[in-house]
Design a protein around this ligand. Sequence first.
Ligand SMILES: Cc1cc2nc3c(=O)[nH]c(=O)nc-3n(C[C@H](O)[C@H](O)[C@H](O)COP(=O)(O)O)c2cc1C
Length: 325
Amino acid sequence: MSEKAEFIKDLALPAVAAPMFLISGPKLVIECCKNGIVGTFPALNQRTSEGFEEWLIQIKTELEQFEKETGKKPAPFGVNLIVHPTNPRLEADVKLCMKHKVPLVITSLGAVSMVVDAIHSYGGLVFHDIIKKRHAEKAAEAGVDGLILVSAGAGGHGGNLNPMSLIAEVKKIFNKTILLSGCISTGRDIAAAMQMGADMAYMGTRFINTEESKAPEEYRKMIIEAGANDIVYTAAISGVHANFLAASLQAAGITEEDLKKEHKVDFGKELDTEVKAWKTIWSAGQGVTTIENVMPISELVNTLKSEFKEAIEEQSKLLEVFPKG
Ligand SMILES: Cc1cc2nc3c(=O)[nH]c(=O)nc-3n(C[C@H](O)[C@H](O)[C@H](O)COP(=O)(O)O)c2cc1C
C-alpha cells in the first residue's frame, strides 16, 4: 500500500498554502480549498481556543456550502499547532481538532505520538515540519504521515540546509509524504520541487501577497520591492532563527548589534511580545524575488497551474536532446 497521502491526487496542484503567524485566517484558507489547494492557518492566530473553534466552524460551514452549491469537493484544510511545553493551549486545541475532525494537522517544534494518535483516532493526518535529519527521524518515530522539509531561505523559521541535500537525506529514512518548503513562489518552482522528489510544495511568502491574506499593504509592497539579498536570517527577534525583510528591521530601528542577540521564546508568557515583534518586523523568505504583485487566490492558483504545466512541458522536451550516447 502506498504511504503517500491519498488526497494529493484530487488537488488542482500538489500545493499547500503554509500556515503563517498573523497572516492566514479563514478567508485565505477557504479560498485556497475552493480553488483546489490545501489552505492552512496557525491555531495561535486566534487569541483563545474559543476563537480557534469559531474559525474551524466558519471554515467547515463555508466549505460544506461550497460543495453543496457547486458539486465540487474542496481541498482539505489544515491547522498548525505549536507542540512545545510552553504552549498552554495545546491540549485544548488538540481536543478541538478531534471534535471538528480537522483533516490535516501540521505540528511545529515537537513531534509527539500523543498528538499523532489523537489526530489518527478520527482519520486525520499529521504533517510535521523539520529543518534537519535528526528532527525527521524523531518525527518518523512518533508516527507522522508527512514531513515538511523547511530549507534555507524559507519564510518564518527557515532552516539553513540546501533543499537538494535536505530532501536526499530525509528520503533515505522516510517513505511517506514529503513536502518541500522554502522559496517556492511560482508554478515552475512547484514543478522543480516535484523533480527533486517532493510529493507536494509548501508555499508561504507567495500567499502573503494575496488579497485574502491579513498582511498590511506596506508589508506586501516591501515584498514586491525586495530581492533575495534583502532577507535577513536572525534569532534576535523570536529566539529561533527566522528570515525577515531587511527594510522592516531598519524601519523598526534594529541595529547590527541587536541582530547578534538571542533570547528564548516562551509561547505562554511571550505570545504578546511575539505578536508585537511580528506585527512590526515582517518575515518573508528569499522567494520574494519572483513576487511582483498582489492577486486574489483564484487568480494566483490559475497562474501557478499554467506556469507548472509550461515548466513540465518544456522540461519533457529535454528528452529529445538528452541523454546522449
Ligand atoms: C510571515 C510568516 C509567518 C509564519 N508563521 C508560521 C507559523 O506560525 N507556523 C508555522 O509552522 N510556520 C510559519 N511560517 C513558515 C511557513 O509555514 C512556511 O514554512 C514558509 O513560509 C515556507 O517558505 P516560503 O515562505 O519561502 O514559501 C511562517 C512564514 C512566514 C513568512
